[in-house]
Design a protein around this ligand. Structure first.
Ligand code: HEM
Length: 441
């Protein structure tokens, strides 16, 4: 079949559409959709898809007709090598996913509030940059979920690897072949350090007797039988978990901090619900915090941290009425789909209440902050649990004062974050009796 790409902006003779995209990423993608519709060719290599049903179909066919792996690190467009990496990961993912169970998540819930209190306690009542602070809080939480207390030694190593990956990831979709070698070398060195640190913790844990019931993901992975996970699979599950989640819940928390402070009506309802913590020693269940959970869903809709996702075409495919050749990149922007008035009522309004009705507040497949299909987020339940409990606890325990005046621009880099948001977190004086975290004592 002959390739048949959808139309799109022509762009500059040499630099294509890159300068316009870089100047205003969200605006550029929105204008492309307005002008060319739900299928638009970006640069002769990349197709932007904005139709929810087609996006859902593409996500569902990942690992078969499409790859989640970029071809970036394979030294060229080596699709077979990328498919092989996908197969190795999927084998580890299938076995490792049993570690993402509710028991481990609940055991971790109490410790994670302690981590929040500890990090906010270090900041005192100073005004701080919210995004990096919350990224650190969520990084500590995921490390704890993986390794309990031993995870704390790893957080800085992961931060360094993410920092090395960001320039590559943010350029990856548009600059796949121009990537300067120095960036790749820095990334490879950071990755080696991460793997050595993870391997060290796994080896130390193996040498100790197994606990009666698993405290964290590593305990579950080591206890798996029929068949056991190999050392490589264990390390891969841990590495991907730490990296795929780094900063993602933290970015959402930063947006939540902003919303709680700008919308007293929302804050008051979250605080009302936070009485669920009164007189108890363990955190409440999600079912006790329905409005807070609805706020989290609404923030994940309106400020989707993973605002841009992509796939690589593995075999020639039909996408809508177009034919794409192997190696083509497909991009989709959950942020735009989550704000499209064709699929949502009043999408620009932040309204947690839309999630409290009987029916889903959106057209089919038009909400996917955690992705979909075989590569959907492994931490969906854990992420919702972390975000809901932390939001409730923030509103209950802290008086948040946001310093940044006016609106805070959404900055679409590797994640969509509130650029320059600064705030202070003072412990409220009239705190009710009830749950006390280890970090807040
Ligand atoms: C706000 C919270 C979170 C959001 C919005 C989120 C979103 C996502 C998205 C969009 C993907 C890519 C899915 C795809 O390509 O189809 C992903 C992948 C992944 N996430 Fe999350 N995530 C969150 C939290 C977490 C947490 C807390 C963990 C684990 C502790 C986690 C573990 C993973 C893993 C392991 C993958 C890779 C799955 C694969 O490639 O097979 N995520 N996440």
């Amino acid at each position: 079949m002959t390739e048949h790409l959808p139309p799109g902006p022509r762009g500059h003779r040499l630099r294509g559409n890159l300068p316009r995209y870089e100047a205003d990423r969200l605006g550029f993608l929105r204008r492309c959709q307005e002008e060319y519709g739900d299928f638009c060719s970006f640069d002769g290599n990349t197709v932007v898809v904005s139709d929810p049903a087609t996006v859902h179909e593409i996500l569902g066919k990942t690992n078969a007709e499409y790859l989640a792996e970029g071809t970036l690190f394979a030294g060229g467009d080596d699709l077979d090598e990328a498919a092989e990496r996908a197969a190795v990961w999927m084998a580890a993912r299938r076995k490792g996913s049993r570690g993402f169970n509710r028991r481990v998540a609940t055991a971790h819930a109490e410790r994670m509030i302690g981590m929040l209190d500890e990090q906010l306690g270090r900041a005192g009542s100073q005004t701080v940059d919210v995004q990096p602070l919350m990224a650190r809080v969520s990084g500590c939480m995921v490390a704890d979920y993986c390794f309990s207390g031993e995870g704390s030694e790893l957080v800085e190593t992961i931060e360094a690897q993410v920092a090395a990956a960001i320039p590559i990831m943010s350029a990856a979709r548009v600059l796949p072949r121009w990537m300067p070698a120095a960036r790749n070398r820095r990334f490879a060195a950071a990755r080696r350090r991460t793997m050595a640190a993870i391997g060290g913790i796994v080896d130390r844990r193996r040498a100790r007797p197994a606990p009666e019931s698993p405290r964290d993901l590593l305990d579950v992975l080591l206890a798996a039988r029929d068949p056991e996970l190999t050392q490589h699979q264990i390390e891969e599950v841990l590495r991907v978990t730490l990296l795929a989640s780094y900063g993602v819940p933290g970015t959402t928390l930063a947006w939540i901090v902003r919303e709680l402070s700008f919308r007293p009506d929302i804050q008051a309802r979250v605080q009302d619900e936070a009485t669920a913590w009164d007189g108890r020693e363990t955190p409440p269940e999600l079912a006790e915090l329905p409005y807070t959970e609805a706020l989290v869903k609404e923030i994940l809709r309106a400020y989707t941290p993973t605002w841009l996702m992509g796939r690589t075409v593995r075999e020639e495919v039909r996408v809508g009425s177009w034919t794409l050749a192997p190696g083509r990149q497909i991009m989709f922007c959950p942020y735009l789909i989550h704000r499209d008035p064709r699929w949502w009522d009043e999408p620009e309004k932040i309204d947690p209440g839309r999630w409290l009705g009987e029916k889903a507040p959106h057209a089919r497949h038009a909400y996917f902050p955690f992705g979909a299909g075989p590569r959907t987020c492994l931490g969906t339940h854990l992420g919702m649990l972390q975000l809901t409990l932390v939001t409730s606890w923030l509103a209950r325990r802290y008086a948040i004062a946001v310093e940044t005046p006016g609106t805070v621009p959404a900055s679409p880099a590797a994640l969509l974050s509130p650029a320059g948001l600064r705030a202070s977190f003072a412990v409220r004086e009239h705190e009710d009796a009830g749950f006390v975290s280890a970090g807040g004592r």
